[in-house]
Design a binder for this molecule. Structure first.
Ligand SMILES: Cc1cc2nc3c(=O)[nH]c(=O)nc-3n(C[C@H](O)[C@H](O)[C@H](O)COP(=O)(O)OP(=O)(O)OC[C@H]3O[C@@H](n4cnc5c(N)ncnc54)[C@H](O)[C@@H]3O)c2cc1C
Length: 286
């Protein structure tokens, strides 16, 4: 069973800032981590290998520092890794990223490709599905459980949907994107994987034309980036000129008109009294 896991180095989310001129993330000088969703993908691949045998290779397209997160995957039990790194790739959108990854993976042997569901820096969830299309293999997304048959040639895959879940049977080769919660990723063991080798390739090795990649080769343009507006807080509004006990009585009698954004308290007197108490404590804290 040959498994390839696609992983991405992402900026530590607490530190992310946007360049107002280019509308792209400022990644320089920001600490980087393995995309948290990809930890589930690596863990799942290693578990499959432990059960069915075979190898796990991790691949990433990114800057040279991505070697660090590839090493983390080796410490989690992956057997080898390959970094696709080239200055020409900077600024690539998901279309170009998936095309470049497909060019790399096409040169490798695989039965199963596993992706995380999304990244924490761009969160498009497009790379997995685009990659499957470009490799010309079937895909199952939002996978929460994988059960392969003994020979590893086909498997049963449970995937989450908006309304519940589906159970699908599929044959290899196949690409799946796995969701958070499919497993509990193990901690990297820094005594493991020191001797394992990482390979580096560039676009020339893959026969990719520099004009087809990077910002210029990317069909996506970020036109504008806006901060989300904070949601207005809603409060119970009671005539503040009333003494406290009167205000409580008004609330408990349901004596205020229902207005949009105002929560009307309903229920048994005891329950209501404690809710009102909490409300008053909140008011005093403000
Ligand atoms: C104009 C523009 C410029 C950009 N410039 C840059 C840039 O300079 N540097 C940069 O890092 N990003 C850049 N991005 C973002 C970049 O396009 C996306 O981060 C990248 O294509 C992956 O998309 P995503 O993060 O939404 O991944 P998703 O589609 O949310 O990721 C899903 C899964 O795909 C796999 N995956 C995603 N990305 C990679 C990868 N690179 N290697 C291996 N597996 C992967 C992982 O398994 C991941 O869990 C740019 C985007 C735009 C639109």
């Amino acid at each position: 069973m040959e498994i390839i896991v696609c992983i991405k180095q992402v900026p530590d989310i607490a530190e992310v800032r946007i360049n107002p001129e280019t509308n792209t993330l400022i990644r320089e000088g920001v600490p980087s981590i393995l995309n948290p969703f990809d930890e589930f993908a690596v863990e799942e691949a290693v578990r499959i290998k432990e059960k069915h045998g075979g190898t796990v290779s991790v691949v990433s397209m990114g800057p040279a520092q991505s070697e660090k997160v590839l090493r983390t995957c080796l410490q989690m039990g992956a057997d080898g890794g390959c970094l696709l790194c080239d200055d020409a790739l900077a600024g690539s959108d998901t279309w170009v990223t998936s095309a470049a990854l497909a060019a790399l993976i096409d040169k490798l042997t695989y039965d199963l490709v596993i992706c995380g569901i999304e990244t924490t820096d761009s969160s498009t969830a497009q790379v997995g599905p685009q990659l499957a299309e470009k490799l010309g293999i079937p895909q199952i997304t939002f996978v929460s459980k994988i059960k392969l048959d003994q020979g590893g040639k086909k498997g049963i895959f449970t995937c989450e949907t908006d309304t519940g879940y589906q159970v699908l049977e599929a044959r290899m080769p196949l690409l799946v994107s796995v969701i958070k919660g499919i497993n509990i990723p193990r901690a990297p063991d820094n005594k493991v994987g020191r001797a394992k080798k990482l390979e580096c390739v560039n676009i020339t090795d893959l026969g990719i034309n520099p004009e087809d990649v990077g910002l210029d080769g990317s069909p996506t343009m970020v036109v504008e980036v806006k901060a989300a507006k904070p949601r207005p807080r809603s409060h119970l509004v009671v005539d503040s000129s009333l003494p406290a006990h009167e205000r409580i009585r008004v609330i408990m009698n349901g004596g205020i008109q229902h207005k949009e954004g105002i929560k009307k308290l309903e229920g048994e007197v005891e329950g209501l009294a404690s809710k009102v108490g909490e409300y008053i404590i909140d008011l005093l804290k403000q």
